[in-house]
Ligand binder design. Structure first.
Ligand SMILES: C[S@@+](CC[C@H](N)C(=O)[O-])C[C@H]1O[C@@H](n2cnc3c(N)ncnc32)[C@H](O)[C@@H]1O
Length: 262
């Protein structure tokens, strides 16, 4: 039987599925953070380096460290020409492999709902960030319907193929993010919603992008052609198809930022 749990063991597959989404939302998030140049950053749950690349390209950092538990994701991140100055470590958000106050900015991009105990992850980001530094995150609004793979996940579930949601899908609700940041002792907390629209050449392009990740690909590969066709037809009902054939889909995330007091 196919293991239906969400997992990230293939950096290239993640790049095809989520890379463009990650860059679209990550750009808005970084605009909002408006960081000074020359900062030392830690990117927690850096995965295949999609957001790490934005940090390097856009913020003129002094130092960038990425942490992720997945070997497959880190292997891809290390091949990115755009993040040569970053150092990647295998590790967990709940036990970051750094000393206290080592960074000016700690960020988590699209990760918080995967962390088994999100409060421990936020406390760790606060610990490794220097007084006055920034602790920030953004993540798809899973419970609010903002996840880019929502149409595929929803129809898979409706058809009896139940991809397991992340362990804490509600961690990315705005009120929960606020509480996590407050409880970690962070100050000057602000939140916002991040809306993004991705354009696809046509429905086939949307389908390929949305089903190439290691979470849903095995389940779909195991389907009969008839079942797969039914799934495609159902998913197609959720996207916007334009007169020239291109397809667009709107996703949204929630973001939070705060500062370490002092
Ligand atoms: C959706 S990906 C986000 C990757 C990247 N930050 C981005 O913006 O594209 C989620 C990542 O969280 C990582 N992850 C899962 N559990 C984690 C944990 N406990 N601590 C740190 N990272 C974790 C996964 O391995 C995966 O790479």
């Amino acid at each position: 039987m196919t293991d239906p749990s969400i997992r990230f063991n293939d950096g290239a597959a993640y790049a095809r599925m989520m890379g463009a989404w990650s860059h679209l939302a990550g750009d808005v998030f970084l605009d909002w953070l408006a960081p000074a140049p020359g900062l030392a950053w830690v990117d927690v749950g850096c995965g295949n380096g999609a957001f790490t690349e934005l940090i390097v390209q856009r913020t003129a950092p002094r130092e960038v460290q990425g942490v992720d538990p997945s070997d497959g994701q880190l292997a891809y991140a290390r091949t990115r020409p755009g993040t040569k100055m970053a150092t990647y470590h295998q590790g967990d958000a709940m036990a970051l492999p750094f000393g206290d106050a080592a960074f000016d900015a700690a960020v988590m991009a699209l990760v918080i709902f995967f962390v088994p105990e999100p409060a421990r992850g936020v406390a760790e980001m606060a610990r490794v960030t220097a007084p006055g530094g920034t602790v920030a995150a953004y993540a798809w609004d899973m419970e609010g319907g903002g996840f880019p793979l929502q149409p595929v996940m929803r129809e898979l579930r409706a058809m009896g193929f139940a991809p397991t949601p992340p362990p804490n899908p509600d961690a990315s609700r705005i009120d929960n993010l606020q509480k996590l940041w407050r409880d970690a002792g962070l100050v000057q907390i602000e939140t916002r919603r991040v809306d993004v629209t991705r354009r696809f050449v046509d429905f086939a392009d949307f389908w390929t992008a949305s089903t190439s990740g290691s979470t849903v690909k095995p389940a779909i590969a195991a389907m009969t052609p008839a079942v797969r066709d039914e799934l495609m037809a159902r998913v197609r009902g959720h996207v916007t198809e334009h007169a020239d054939g291109h397809v667009s889909y709107d996703a949204f995330a929630n973001a939070v930022k705060g500062r370490v007091p002092g």
